[in-house]
Design a protein around this ligand. Sequence first.
Ligand code: SF4
Length: 372
Amino acid sequence: MTARDVAAAPRAPSPAQSLPRPRVRRATAVPPGEGPGEGRDEGAAAGSAAEFTAWSKEVRSLAERNGAIILAHNYQLPWIQDVADHVGDSLALSRIAAASDARTIVFCGVHFMAETAKILAPERTVLLPVLGAGCSLADTVTAEQVESWRAEHPGGLVVAYVNTSAAVKAQSDICCTSANAVEVVRSLPEDRDILFLPDFFLGSHVIRETGRNVQLWMGECHVHAGIDPAGLRRRMDLEPDAELLIHPECGCSSAALSLVDSGELPADRARLLSTGAMVERAREIGRGTALVATETGILHQLRRANPDGDFRALDDSAVCHFMKMITPQALVESLRTGRHEIDVDRETAKRAARAVQRMIEIGQTAPAVSRS
Ligand code: SF4
């Protein structure tokens, strides 16, 4: 899929009919020994309470010695979430990185997140414990493709989901996360061509919510796109008291909203939420049950936020192996050795910073969960 194809695609509001779905490219080359098989599931982080205590003590002591702050995305392994200074979604963590005065930021997430932290905090050292922790969604679009769309749409505006490389951000007018994508698009003038990239499902959600005429890049995250709509209705029938928490990147989000539109699913049983907003919702459901459609790492935060609630994955196989590459051992090694330092060249960082800064100024953030 090229920028030219996207630019030529029929315009919204019927994005789902516009183009065949492309196969996404997988994330960038992975250094030997750091492939997705490394620490791919929660078993890699499993251990006794005593082991966790010893490991977390070492991590906290190394972090203190290095003047480091540890940020963890909601999809990280439970041990990583439990040892981090702050756990949250991309927007919340970006804001913390921007405001932090720590000497070093250790980003437990994927490559574009660490790059974003570096863009927002250029004077700080930013570490990503495993360099190969990429993102299949970010890899669906390049800076050259954005440039090509711009050449064909003079005056057009590019909205880049934060799941993009620094080079793509530098070619964009404004970034967004799933938490503020709707508000970001609403903030743009109505008389300009808009390209939303790279996530097709999130872009479709933005079009539904804003009614704006937005062109969509046809990228997708292999984890979220794989959450199949087929089982959705059956699960909801089997669990009549459960509500559905859906990340807007999910392949099942359109199916869920169709069920709501047809009256088969009450509107208050299905919510499209960023992961940060899911944590907030978890606190409100008491002893209720929620089926959760996103990467399964979020379940740990939901259960921590509300131990009385019953939180289950809609699809147990929705595991991002890139996120799970940040193993407990990799975090310790990163703190011991200072690897892997993330850098973004000055000119790219300067241009990307404008787009990212606009993003963090728009919309409410679901607060990160911080160490007490
Ligand atoms: S879950 Fe998808 S969008 Fe998120 S980091 Fe993994 S591949 Fe990228």
